[in-house]
Design a protein around this ligand. Sequence first.
Ligand code: FMN
Length: 386
Amino acid sequence: MANFGDRQNEIYLAGLGGQVPAYPMSYDELERRAELAMSPGTWSYVAGGAGDERTQRANREAFDHWGLVPRMLRATTERDQSVELFGHRLPTPLLMSPIGVIGICTQDGHGDLATARAAAATGVPMIASTLTEDPMEVVAAEQGETPGFFQLYCPTDPEVAQSLVGRAEDAGYRAIVVTLDTWVTGWRPRDLSTANFPQLRGRCLANYFSDPVFRSRLAAPPDEDPGSAILAWAQMFGRPLGWDDLAWLRSLTDLPVVLKGICHPDDARRAVDEGVDGIYVSTHGGRQANGGIAAIDCLPAVREAVPDTTVLLDSGVRSGSDVVKALALGADAVGVGRPYAFGAALGGTDGIVHVLRNILAEADLLMAVDGYPTVPDLGPEAMRRL
Ligand SMILES: Cc1cc2nc3c(=O)[nH]c(=O)nc-3n(C[C@H](O)[C@H](O)[C@H](O)COP(=O)(O)O)c2cc1C
């Protein structure tokens, strides 16, 4: 059986014929080249975060104070990164975190489709944002055999929320990920200094503009009066959710419901008690609150609080070793955000596939060298806090 780490042999062998990889192999280089490929507005929206971006930096730096303990004489020629998630066997523990403007990250303006095709090519599920350039049904159709998940920004209008969730079910998405930390936008100086908020310019609103219930709230269709449609969107974008809303959210679907943005063990415990199927530890990549706590540091306590529930993590994951650390600290699957957006900017589907395969190859080789050949082998005893 092939291992993800075999990728390095392919690269070295191609090098004998004079070929080098078309896209960057290090994260820093990926970021640098993506900046050159993106428009300044899109770049600042994707690369930036809240406040002075302390949380964004903390998300990354916190991985440095966790280390994997090498264990020897456990070498195996075959490794297995597969995981079980909401009843689906997945070949890898990676997820593509929802990125609301991924649609405008690719050069052709169809980054949602590029992401869906990368999901089909790699088996890494896409969590499709509510904010896409192409409607969720079109995006779902490009995901091949790979299960997809739908991320909900809950609108203030409950019937629009219900319609979006119903459409996601009908389109074949396998879970609803409700993002809790974005009912209001965080303070983002980079975007504020250029007064740029893509959605207010009509970008990435396809799921709303194609929604029959949203459209029924408008005096004129979005193509006839886009300004009023954008205003209607802005007015209903974010419902400030409370615990009282959970039963209603749960009632919208039979699909697994995952709450994104939970970082406190008490919140995790209560959410599970109230019928939620998954907890998604995330600080939204440091884009929403600049409090300074890294998601990876919140993970162990959440894992301990809800030992029998699916726990996901994102924020700050840049490499295969970050993925391995997150798995060892209790994540069942690990989301990658900005890295695949940068891959999308450089090469569309190919660029995203490149980024994902690099991360998977590095994770595989680390698991091989350090003696943890399968995901269940990775537990808290594999980690040291430095
Ligand atoms: C440009 C951008 C747009 C995002 N849009 C969404 C979104 O629509 N829905 C959501 O739940 N999270 C969104 N996120 C947050 C990601 O899902 C994820 O939590 C974050 O990117 C992870 O951090 P990382 O970028 O450091 O990997 C967005 C992140 C970025 C960078």
